[in-house]
Design a protein around this ligand. Structure first.
Ligand code: CA
Length: 224
């Protein structure tokens, strides 16, 4: 288990990381929004602790950007901002938990462990690519603001591709996310679903593209 600690106060960051490592987590430390972005690109984390006031920007903006890109990394905001409106902004922005400084280290550890028990913690987020928006709570899709009705399998497929947009998603991963063991599927079911999804998106004027990566899987990207 690996946790990214985004905190610009060196003493506090060191204390958090030491406590997490004692608690059995590998950690990385980022003191700026830019460094946090680099770490998130370079490694897969199981959770992040995020300070809001950072030297080069607001942690909340980073969090909102992650959620829009479909990243469901469990995030605990750790901040000095204690107004109710700040908490609301943090949680609505996609945070899974919100703790106000000062805090007890033991409490942070137990909250991080709690986050890791929640599978796919980020609910209530919008996935976006190009002019396509997928609202996960209602599972509705819109293209340039107009709602687009998709059949069940195509909806599942689109959600998985959006959650990992810009990366190749293995065909097996898509199949296992779309079809249960008891679902009868033909040998070309996946190709047919991709073909239909592409056509639905194209007809609706979507500015995304689903590329086939031969022998591997599929990748969704926003058109430049
Ligand atoms: Ca700070």
């Amino acid at each position: 288990m690996r946790v990214l600690v985004v905190e610009d106060e060196p003493a506090l960051a060191a204390m958090l990381r030491a406590a997490l490592e004692q608690g059995g987590f590998a950690t990385d430390g980022a003191a700026t929004v830019a460094a946090a972005r680099d770490f998130l690109q370079a490694a897969d984390y199981d959770a992040a602790i995020l300070d809001l006031g950072l030297p080069d920007g607001d942690g909340l903006a980073l969090l909102e950007q992650l959620r829009r890109a479909g990243n469901s990394l469990p995030v605990l905001i750790l901040t000095a901002r204690d107004a109710p409106a700040d908490r609301v902004r943090g949680l609505d922005g996609g945070a899974d938990d919100y703790v106000v400084k000062p805090f007890h280290l033991a409490e942070i550890l137990s909250r991080v462990r709690a986050l890791l028990r929640r599978p796919n913690a980020a609910l209530g987020v919008r996935l976006e690519a190009g002019n396509v928006v997928f609202d996960t709570p209602t599972r509705t899709v819109s293209v340039a603001g107009a709602s687009l009705a998709l059949p069940l399998r195509e909806t599942m497929l689109l959600e998985m591709l959006l959650r990992r947009q810009g990366r190749v998603v293995a065909r097996e991963a898509l199949e296992s996310g779309m079809y249960g063991f008891d679902t009868p599927t033909g040998p070309n079911a996946m190709e047919v679903a991709v073909h239909r999804l592409r056509r639905h998106l194209q007809d609706a004027g979507a500015t995304v593209r689903i590329q086939t990566v031969r022998g591997v899987g599929y990748m969704l990207t926003a058109e430049p």
